[in-house]
Design a protein around this ligand. Structure first.
Ligand SMILES: [Zn+2]
Length: 65
């Protein structure tokens, strides 16, 4: 299978699918935006979990049924 951009994410900045990997980052050939290949999804998940946990902790005492 030849390398292609099909498995690469679209650029989050400009939504173009001209992404290419460069070391540990993806680089958008369209606008030059760079973002890490590894960890970005995990960071997002962790952030949501932490935020959700905090909100639960904050709101649970106020929203007791
Ligand atoms: Zn871009």
């Amino acid at each position: 299978m030849p390398m292609s951009t099909e498995n690469l994410p679209k650029c989050p900045a400009c939504q173009e699918d001209m992404t290419y990997p460069d070391g540990e980052n993806y680089v958008c050939a369209q606008c030059g935006h760079e973002w890490p290949i590894a960890g970005i999804a995990e960071e997002a998940d962790a952030g949501l979990i932490v935020k959700d946990a905090k909100e639960t902790q904050i709101y649970s005492p106020l929203m007791t049924t």
